[in-house]
Design a protein around this ligand. Structure first.
Ligand SMILES: C[S@@+](CC[C@H](N)C(=O)[O-])C[C@H]1O[C@@H](n2cnc3c(N)ncnc32)[C@H](O)[C@@H]1O
Length: 173
């Protein structure tokens, strides 16, 4: 199995959880959308969803444009820590697997920007919008609460018996 296949296998439970949270929504913003792989899965479940994806890497955003060409999407090359929705539009879900790395490896060095991502999510969300956030850090309840979110559910993720992170499923309060 290639590293990419292993990575996908590791993320499978996270993706399932995200899918469950967004498949019935009208709109979703993804912070760190990469090539649009999660977006493709979201579209398979909900082809009519309005999807907005943001990623720092222009090459990945270009790939995402190609991969999602059949769907109604908007993609931005931008830093998720400072991104704001154009025209102050809102979405009813924000998802991010940005910080989800095995064994606490913060590959992109974005751990310190977590609060900024929460701020971006808070600004983009409509009232009672859902924020689903995957991270290898633990105990983020306090910082999510400080950012204006109620944590509805925290799911520990394990891969081959090893703890790899949590999914926080939050509501804007
Ligand atoms: C682990 S990948 C996840 C990709 C996608 N969410 C998925 O699951 O298919 C993390 C992505 O976050 C992007 N990224 C890292 N730091 C970022 C930042 N500050 N703002 C926007 N995107 C960022 C990377 O370029 C990469 O595409």
């Amino acid at each position: 199995m290639s590293i990419i296949d292993k990575w996908r296998e590791l993320q499978a439970p996270l993706r399932e959880e995200i899918m469950y949270g967004v498949f019935h929504k009208n709109s979703v913003l993804e912070l760190g959308c990469g090539k649009g792989e999660l977006a493709s899965e979201i579209y398979q479940k909900n082809p009519n969803i309005r999807y907005i994806g943001v990623d720092l890497d222009p090459r990945l955003v270009e790939d995402a444009r190609k991969n999602l060409s059949d769907y109604n999407h908007r993609l931005f090359v931008a830093d998720a820590s400072t991104f704001r929705m154009p025209g102050n539009q809102t979405v009813d879900a924000v998802v991010s697997l940005l910080l989800m790395f095995p064994l606490n490896i913060d590959f992109y060095g974005v751990g310190k920007l977590k609060n900024k991502f929460h701020e971006t999510a808070y600004n983009a969300l409509s009232k009672q919008g859902r924020y689903i956030f995957g991270t290898s850090s633990q105990n983020l309840e306090d910082e999510l609460l400080d950012s204006g979110f109620g944590v509805m559910c925290t799911t520990p993720i394990r891969y081959a018996g090893v703890f790899t992170g949590h999914i926080y499923d939050c509501e804007k309060i």
